[in-house]
Design a protein around this ligand. Structure first.
Ligand code: ACO
Length: 332
């Protein structure tokens, strides 16, 4: 067993928040040249939750974090580390994790954000696991949260129908090897960085230049069809890689929890890795693609539906902007 694998981390509590406001496919039929039939057939999505004017990334993350602490029965002062995975932070400076620290009461935690788009939650879980395994933290909180609607171009029919908002927090605690997070595989290939991007809003095309707004640069752009093909291959490969690293066969998996971007991607990956539909969890119909919140939202929904029981082996796999991709095996 490699150094640092004697101790791992397990999920001790989960907290979820979805904004109340819902955008249905019928709403998009009124906004752009699309149809409910096209969206359902090409993506599987029917509804997504989006933040209202009084909400922001921080308000969602604080609510989710508080619920996770209550679910775990952990006092906020016991949290040593807070990682917030997001592509849509509250503001560039400071990190949203720092902004929410006082409201969550996690005053002893070192707090930072992690940017890996839709793979952000699995990246952050793996970073937190290593802090715990190294003895740097006993209790950690990881939050996957997004307000993608704030950066969605609602005139672009190819992207606007995909995204939703939400936040999910987990509390992680030390666990003996064999429980909790068993194995991770993670990758980045920046040569595809223009496949999913938001070119404006950063230091190259700052948001304080009107021309950048007029050219619609601070909006999410995606080369959808090319992304689709890379996503199927990368998710398949990384799922097989993590099983191989753990010395397990696909038949050991009780539940596959993939990133909820597109039902056709999920079906293609499940078929390639040899998982029957009853072992594949899908909730994108009701929430769309919530990026860093997607995997934990699916875990929470699966748990609430009674599909995730203690001791089950979960295979989670994510793919997103970067390009980034990752898979994780969790003994729930
Ligand atoms: N309604 C109707 N027609 C549409 C719509 C729409 N909402 N969107 C696109 N079309 C049209 C296109 O204009 C095109 O028309 P044309 O043939 O006349 O040019 C046609 O549909 C086919 O377009 P494609 O882009 O080839 O459609 P595709 O089947 O690939 O579906 C989609 C598009 C849903 C975006 C798909 O490519 C996809 O899901 N890609 C991967 C997304 C993903 O996994 N992203 C990673 C995570 S995102 C992140 O990290 C934030």
């Amino acid at each position: 067993m490699p150094e640092g694998r004697q101790v791992t981390a397990r999920v001790a509590g989960l907290g979820v928040v979805l904004p109340e406001r819902v955008l249905t496919n019928a709403d998009f039929e009124r906004m752009v040249d699309t149809s409910d039939a096209w969206i359902v057939a090409r993506t599987g999505i029917r509804e997504r939750h989006v933040v209202g004017t009084e909400e922001s990334l921080a308000t969602l993350a604080v609510t989710a974090g508080g619920r996770a602490l209550a679910d775990a029965g952990v006092e906020p002062e016991a949290v040593d580390l807070l990682i917030l995975a997001t592509a849509t932070p509250e503001q560039p400076i400071p990190a949203t994790a720092a902004i929410i620290q006082p409201q969550l009461g996690v005053r002893n935690a070192v707090c930072f954000d992690l940017s890996a788009a839709c793979s952000g939650f699995l990246y952050a879980l793996n970073v937190a696991r290593q802090f715990i395994a190294a003895g740097e933290a006993a209790t950690a909180m990881v939050i996957g949260a997004e307000t993608l609607s704030r950066y969605t171009d609602y005139t672009d029919r190819a992207t606007c129908i995909l995204f939703g908002d939400g936040a999910v927090a987990v509390v992680l605690q030390r666990a003996p090897a064999g429980e909790g997070i068993l194995e991770t595989a993670w990758h980045t290939d920046g040569s595809y960085s223009d496949f999913i991007s938001m070119p404006g809003g950063g230091s190259k095309y700052p948001p304080n230049v009107k021309r950048h707004i007029d050219e619609r640069l601070p909006f999410i752009k995606m080369r959808g069809n090319e992304t689709f093909k890379v996503a199927v291959r990368a998710l398949t490969d990384v799922s097989q890689e993590v099983l191989e690293k753990a010395g397990m066969g696909v038949e050991a998996v009780d539940l596959f929890v993939p990133h909820q971007a597109n039902k056709r991607i999920i079906d293609a990956v499940a078929e390639r890795i040899g998982l029957p539909p009853e072992k594949v969890f899908v909730n994108l119909e009701r929430v769309g693609n919530t990026s860093a919140a997607s995997i934990p939202l699916a875990l929470a929904d699966a748990r609430n539906a009674g599909l995730l029981r203690r001791g089950d082996l979960v295979l989670a796999a994510a793919f997103g902007g970067g390009l980034t991709w990752a898979a994780m095996l969790i003994r729930w």
